[in-house]
Design a protein around this ligand. Structure first.
Ligand code: NAG
Length: 216
């Protein structure tokens, strides 16, 4: 009887222990995501502070961030980004197989350097964010087209919009952002821009997309 009771008590207390461990883990998660904007969906994403909110765009100060990247020359945004995504996703899943757990992050950021003419390919660099806790020593990619990159601390002008973004939606958002910045006499580097997508293709509602220009 005493033996049985002890066993029950042990069961109960270990259940309590694992419950409180779960609570602590949840609290830690809540803390670590507390300062993240809602559109990061609880995933790790690059750190920024909003310096100024204007009609049609935000001005953000970004900290330095590390990324795993791949470059694609193409005429077409969709094929370039899906090819880039596949390479980077392979990198992430290979690491997972080596039991070095790497969680998905946000956003998928693509730097676009537009081609010089209508029949010229654009230069796309597709990147996944590497959170600070992994950035010191990330596993080396086996694909020679996949490399690490750093975006230095910088100020960005950001326009956000919803829905499933097509190439035309990105171009329209970038054009509107450029017009808003010119109207406000803000100086930015017009030789390239970034697209940032925060959602999986299977998210239907409340999707979040951004175009970024780097301030001069
Ligand atoms: C794409 O742009 C980057 C940054 O300017 C450059 O280093 C790279 O060589 C370009 N790629 C091609 C194929 O032109």
């Amino acid at each position: 009887m005493a033996k049985f009771l002890r066993a029950v008590l042990m069961l109960v207390s270990s259940a309590q222990l694992s419950l409180s461990a779960t609570v602590v883990a949840q609290q830690a998660r809540a803390l670590s995501t507390e300062s993240k904007p809602g559109f990061c969906r609880g995933l790790e994403c690059p750190e920024f502070t909003t310096v100024h909110s204007a009609e049609g765009y935000d001005e953000r100060q970004y900290s330095e961030s590390k990324w795993v990247s791949t470059e694609i020359m193409s005429m077409d945004y969709e094929s370039a980004t899906s090819q880039g995504f596949e390479r980077l996703f392979n990198y992430i899943t290979t690491i997972d197989q080596q039991k070095q757990k790497v969680a998905m992050t946000a956003p998928v950021a693509t730097r676009v350097i537009p081609g010089q003419g209508p029949a010229c390919e654009s230069n796309f660099t597709v990147s996944f964010f590497i959170p600070a806790q992994h950035s010191a020593n990330p596993p080396i990619p086996s694909d020679s087209d996949v490399f690490f990159s750093t975006i230095p601390a910088h100020r960005a002008y950001v326009k956000s919009f919803g829905g499933f973004a097509s190439q035309n939606d990105w171009i329209q958002a970038g054009t509107e952002l450029g017009q808003a910045l010119e109207a406000a006499s803000k100086s930015y580097d017009s030789s390239y821009f970034y697209t940032a997508g925060y959602d999986s293709p299977f998210t239907i509602f409340n999707r979040h997309n951004e175009v970024w220009f780097t301030a001069n």
